[in-house]
Design a binder for this molecule. Structure first.
Ligand SMILES: *Cc1c(COP(=O)(O)O)cnc(C)c1O
Length: 361
């Protein structure tokens, strides 16, 4: 008998009937985009679920990061960011004609090292764009203090942080703008899509205008792009939202199984006391690049696919004009694997995965 193939993080797909049930509502209405009834329902439900006052859905988190830069009035200059993220964090900065300045990460949660941010600030610095990587909170307090002191904007790439609460409130309430990805490999998705939240109502209004080409009523009031989320996407979001609690519970159980089996044998990100974590990913850090390659290959031989994620680090992208060394991130990435975590897995699948890891460390 061939063994079950285990992937890293395939999309969660709700029963198609549930998707169609929502779609039918849009069909009855006769329109499939331009802020339809499903998008409205999704935004209302997400606001409640995430406990945020301001929230808009757009076509992707990458676009949302670009919209955030525009909406905050950042017109060129430097944006301090992390070398350890999906490439979209940097590509959004470049697309808005800004220069990314990389500050290395800290070794506990793998987020930007807030203690090193101030030394990277120059007269050209406009903003800080940290990432709550794998859904763990950045050093929010320190980043806020630095931003205030130097008059900088803070845009959180919270792509991984759907549902996370920090100090008893939504993690999206921190910073000037936060952005979540709703792409299908994320914890909660609309196939493609993103969430953007802003603290200041003026900024929120700019976001609303920018996402529809600056078109208001009969007038074209500012520059913008088209980032409208369609009813097809909203329908998927609504269908998925009906399953979010059970999905998180399952991922928690699977993650805790990993913890029990691996915590004495590999390095794991530290736990955060003041964070209500929602188990978006499970990553492990091996002793060396060689050991990471060995484990990855041994898993692959068993039809288990772990992802050597976010390699190379963003500060080493070939198309950057200037860059900074980030030795901690570069070392960490060479040793990291993203492990399989999705709701179709069972406890015994995790045991099977961990057996292979433990035999090779
Ligand atoms: C997925 C991801 C993005 C981009 O999200 P899209 O919705 O696919 O544009 C940005 N940042 C991080 C950290 C991500 O993982």
């Amino acid at each position: 008998m061939t063994k079950k193939e285990i992937l890293t993080n395939p999309a969660f797909l709700p029963p198609i009937k549930e998707y169609v049930h929502y779609l039918e509502k849009a069909y009855e209405k006769g329109s499939l985009t331009d802020h339809g009834i499903l998008l409205d329902e999704l935004e209302q439900r997400l606001k409640k679920y995430l406990k945020v006052e301001d929230l808009q859905c757009v076509t992707s988190a990458t676009t949302a990061l670009q919209i955030a830069i525009k909406a905050l009035g950042i017109d060129g200059g430097e944006i301090i960011t992390t070398p350890f993220s999906y490439v979209a964090t940097t590509s959004a900065i470049l697309a808005e004609k800004c220069t990314p300045v990389y500050v290395d990460i800290e070794p506990d949660y793998f987020n930007i090292d807030a203690d090193k941010i101030e030394q990277a600030i120059t007269p050209q610095t406009k903003a800080i764009m940290p990432v709550h990587i794998f859904g763990r909170a950045c050093n929010i307090e320190k980043i806020e203090t630095i931003a205030k002191l130097h008059g900088l904007k803070v845009i959180y790439d919270a792509a991984h942080a759907f549902g996370a609460e920090y100090n008893g409130q939504s993690i999206l309430n921190y910073g000037d703008v936060s952005v979540v990805s709703l792409q299908e490999t994320k914890l909660f998705h609309t196939v493609e899509g993103g969430i953007i939240t802003a603290k200041d109502p003026f900024v929120s209004k700019q976001i609303d205008l920018i996402k529809k080409c600056g078109h208001e009523g009969e007038n074209f009031v500012r520059d913008g792009i088209n980032a409208r989320l369609s009813e097809l996407h909203a329908a998927m979001g609504l269908a998925n939202l009906d399953h979010i609690e059970e999905n998180i519970a399952k991922r928690k159980m699977l993650s805790e199984t990993y913890d029990e089996l691996l915590e004495n044998s590999v390095k794991l990100p530290k736990k955060q006391q003041n964070l209500d974590y929602k188990y978006p990913y499970y990553v492990i850090v091996l002793n060396s690049k060689e050991q990471r390659e060995k484990v990855q290959k041994a898993l692959c031989d068993e039809q288990i696919y772990a992802w050597h994620c976010y390699s190379p680090t963003l500060n080493t992208l070939k198309y950057l004009k200037t860059t900074q060394p980030c030795p901690i991130a570069e070392d960490l990435v060479s040793r990291m694997l993203m492990m399989p975590l999705y709701v179709e897995l069972e406890k015994e699948d995790i045991v099977r995965v961990c057996d292979v890891v433990l035999k090779n460390v």
